[in-house]
Design a binder for this molecule. Structure first.
Ligand SMILES: NC(=O)c1ccc[n+]([C@@H]2O[C@H](COP(=O)([O-])OP(=O)(O)OC[C@H]3O[C@@H](n4cnc5c(N)ncnc54)[C@H](O)[C@@H]3O)[C@@H](O)[C@H]2O)c1
Length: 316
């Protein structure tokens, strides 16, 4: 199989490419190495991948027709679409970029797929589409029409547009709602990586609210297993939660991370941030049943693996 992976140089993208190559697939990566975070980290993410002859990489933007011309010039069997402006808080200041890339960019990709008759689409959605729901766990059939950040709204739009292409053009779609993914190469501005950097620098960490906000943290290897399974079983239009099905409170997470890194965290209290949701918690029954998704890395083990990577390669 030859797969186009957008966002191939990013955190989840580079791990996904690695796993596809490891099982024998050929991969075309498309990434614009934007400056949402240091592009040097993205170059490092792909440094070993580009040595593999079954991997080729186009440096280009999904909103640029020339980049899409180049990407769709060669035969492809499927697209895994991970390129996006990610992150909730920055989307409040720059909703325009989020709409340009996450909505318009996704639409352009869907159009190219239709024209090239490529019928398998794996789309990176997000647990943020569940908005401020406090009824947990979140199930794929829950109403998700009240996103509370522009980022979440663009991810919901991507799910909806892909449904339209499924309905009109028979596109098979796996829309994956990732729940806070962490592990080696995690985006540096995300909780865990950001906290780790602050801890080793001796800087205080903001404890938002009373520390009781909770997240379903999902280890990268588990996510990648779900992505590949959803590619292999991409039939019809299906939305899947990919989480760990366990929650960790913010205060507990900081304490556990400190232990894993061997550093005593310093804290200061800060108000809850706009756009942040109180809890995320995935019901993964559907992914288990239909994809054989079986996340296996508990938070303590995952943080230990993250800490080992961070001590070796993390940004200081
Ligand atoms: N990391 C998480 O916890 C998480 C949770 C939910 C959803 N997601 C989604 O998963 C996907 C991957 O997230 P990530 O954490 O690996 O982020 P990331 O920022 O590390 O990866 C995204 C990659 O896409 C590239 N990109 C962005 N805009 C582009 C454009 N216009 N053209 C070409 N390339 C572009 C970036 O350069 C980057 O390398 C995103 O769609 C994100 O919204 C991530």
């Amino acid at each position: 199989m030859r797969v186009l992976v957008t966002g191939a140089a990013g955190f989840i993208g580079s791990h996904t490419v690695e796993a596809l190559l490891a099982r024998g697939d050929a991969v075309l990566g498309l990434d614009n190495f934007n400056a949402f975070y240091d592009p040097a980290l993205k170059r490092r993410n792909v440094a070993s991948l580009i040595k593999d002859s079954r991997f080729s990489l186009i440096e280009g933007d999904i909103t640029d027709p020339r980049a899409l011309d180049a990407a769709f010039a060669e035969p492809l069997d499927a697209v895994i679409h991970l390129a996006a402006w990610a992150g909730v808080r920055p989307s409040i200041d720059r909703p325009d970029i989020y709409v340009d890339v996450n909505v318009r960019g996704t639409l352009d990709l869907l159009e190219r797929m239709r024209r090239a008759r490529i019928d398998r689409f794996v789309f990176a959605s997000s647990s943020s589409v569940y908005g401020g729901r406090e009824t947990v766990p979140f199930v794929e059939t829950d109403p998700v029409d009240r996103p509370i950040s522009p980022y979440a709204a663009t991810k919901k739009a991507g799910e909806v547009l892909s449904y339209t292409y499924h309905h009109l053009h028979g596109l098979n779609v796996s829309a994956l709602r990732f729940f806070t993914v962490y592990g080696p190469r995690q985006r540096p501005e995300m909780a865990i990586h950001k906290f780790a950097t602050q801890m080793v620098r001796g800087e205080p960490i903001a404890l938002y609210g009373d520390g009781s906000t909770a997240r379903d943290y999902t280890f990268i290897d588990d996510i990648v297993q779900g992505v590949l399974a959803s590619l292999d079983r991409c039939v019809g239009y299906e939305i899947y939660n990919l989480g760990e099905a366990e929650t960790t409170r913010l205060d507990a997470l900081i304490a556990k991370l400190g232990q894993a890194l061997g550093v005593a965290p310093k804290l200061y209290h800060a108000p809850l941030q706009p756009g942040d949701v109180p809890i995320t918690f995935a019901d993964i029954g559907k992914a288990r049943a239909k994809l054989g998704y079986a996340p296996s890395t508990k938070i303590d083990a995952g943080l230990a693996r993250f800490a080992a990577w961070f001590h070796r390669e993390g940004v200081r």
